[in-house]
Design a protein around this ligand. Sequence first.
Ligand SMILES: *Cc1c(COP(=O)(O)O)cnc(C)c1O
Length: 359
Amino acid sequence: MERVYNFSPGPGMLPEEVLAQVREEIPNWRGSGMSVMEMSHRSEPFQSILDQTEADLRDILNVPQDYRVLFLQGGGNLQFAMVPLNLLGRKRVADYANTGYWSARAIDDARQFCRVNIAASSEDTGFTSAPTQAQWRLDPRAAYVHYVSNDTAAGVEFHWIPPSGDVPLVADMSSNILSCPIDVKRFGLIYACAQKNLGIAGLTIVIIRDDLLGRALPITPRMLNYKLHVDKGSMYNTPPTFAIYVAGLVLQWLKNSGGLRAMEERHIAMSSIVYDFLDSSTLFDNSVQKSDRSRINVPFTLRKRSLEEPFVHFMEERGVVYLRGNLGLGFRASMYNAMPIEGPRRLVEAMREFENKYG
Ligand SMILES: *Cc1c(COP(=O)(O)O)cnc(C)c1O
């Protein structure tokens, strides 16, 4: 069967090279006589996989020496609670940017533990823009500043790093990590689930600066304590071994594909193909402010709602799948790192054909 172009918001596509290598190594990982799935997480072969994966991630993202890298579980969602539990310390307030679906979830969980100051919001534009730099109102008593660098649902991306003063900046980069170079030093903590740009579901990456460790609230369950995971080298319990292995292969692929600069160029190219078409279309619309458009997730609507069902069917017949937006919000084309440039080309070609036929 031919492979399709998967525009799902997550999990995303994997590079074909990675799939081929997984297939080859499944029965017998490099002469170990077993698959990674069967391997003890305490074995030497698995430790080498974990070490290499961490080394490659540090290398690609240029992670400074005073930051730890953790391989955790629970998805982006568990970080919404782990961040306040671990970073509040003696403080009782945290700053949050309210920029859409995911930030709302993060705010809801933080409210279980502290007062949330909405330091910036794009609610007034219906989450179709990022708050401007001048709009931020930080609380001087805040323990940290939290924002979502790319709202996967709204298709709004920060193309700059928000101000946080002397307070640690925390970023949910679940949908745009590894899509462009970032200056890790500007952040106190970065987290991202793996199934969009870094492999498969089950793994969450946390990058945390040393000085933020060891201030977890006394009520923090052990599994939710960053310090414990650092002390145990992400091996307090059984880590998601297979997902770490796949992430390692994806990172190797990313290095061989030219690193983050090359990824950034590809994301600019891929998203431009789709935005250029949408901006010239008479049938499809994107309402996100141009300066804040995501290079990863492109939401769009059909001006004739009665055409939605036929559109989905039309696209599927052409190997373009999972375009439906969530919560009845029209459509969305998500293009993670492993999406080939032929994906958006095929997408736009098919949309143009549909427009000519029904528009
Ligand atoms: C996908 C996503 C999440 C949630 O990740 P899960 O692994 O499903 O918990 C969180 N934040 C953002 C920005 C996302 O895109």
